[in-house]
Design a protein around this ligand. Structure first.
Ligand code: HEM
Length: 177
């Protein structure tokens, strides 16, 4: 029962986190872009809140971090209780399962690291500068570069999340032959 509950929470968190991230990248951001004013121009859609994307991003940020914590916690619970894999087994050269698990955990570490940079450091800085710019302040020259970095980190992160899903499935179900 505890194992099934842990797998349910693991899968539900993965669905919400990866699904929510893909929704932002493939639906919300492209649609908002269509309505965004060009730099220095007044908005043609004044009924849109000025910091809509920032507000959505901050709202989804805490949901996605709850999912990340739940994924890691349930994953670390399942490993010893179901598969007898502890710290020592994780750091040895094992069979198919352990090898896939090591790749998966390495990818998860990279995604968490990129998410910290995106969610807590350069995302909020870029968002603040864009708001200031829309309020009439002159933006620093490096703002376009910073914006590009935010966008590309987010894109690479979503791709890595999908890669984690593929590695997760080959880990438990075997690689296709
Ligand atoms: C340190 C982090 C993680 C650990 C230790 C871990 C561990 C595990 C384990 C042990 C299973 C097998 C569960 C079973 O008995 O069926 C599993 C399955 C799975 N994990 Fe993770 N996981 C982690 C993070 C993630 C993340 C971040 C995602 C999604 C982005 C994810 C997605 C999945 C999926 C989709 C499955 C189901 C695969 C299948 O049933 O074929 N996991 N994980």
């Amino acid at each position: 029962m505890m194992y099934q509950a842990a797998v349910f929470i693991h899968l539900a968190s993965a669905i919400i986190w990866v699904g929510g991230s893909l929704f932002l990248a493939l639906v919300l951001i492209p649609v908002l872009r269509r309505f965004m004013p060009a730099p220095g121009q007044p908005s043609e859609h004044p009924q849109l809140p000025p910091d809509l994307l920032g507000t959505v991003a901050r709202r989804f940020r805490w949901i996605s971090w709850v999912c990340i914590v739940l994924l890691v916690a349930t994953g670390l619970y399942i490993l010893p209780t179901r598969y007898g894999i502890g710290f020592a087994e994780f750091f040895t050269v094992g069979g198919h399962f352990v090898a896939n698990l090591q790749i998966k955990v390495a990818l998860v570490a990279i995604v968490i690291w990129l998410s910290v940079i995106h969610d807590f450091i350069i995302g909020p800085i870029a968002s603040r500068m864009i708001n200031d710019m829309q309020a009439g302040a002159t933006p620093p020259g490096y703002l376009p570069l910073l914006r590009k970095c935010v966008v590309w980190i987010a894109r690479v992160n979503v791709l890595l999340m999908v890669l984690i899903l593929i590695v997760a499935v080959t880990m438990t179900r075997g690689a296709p032959v």
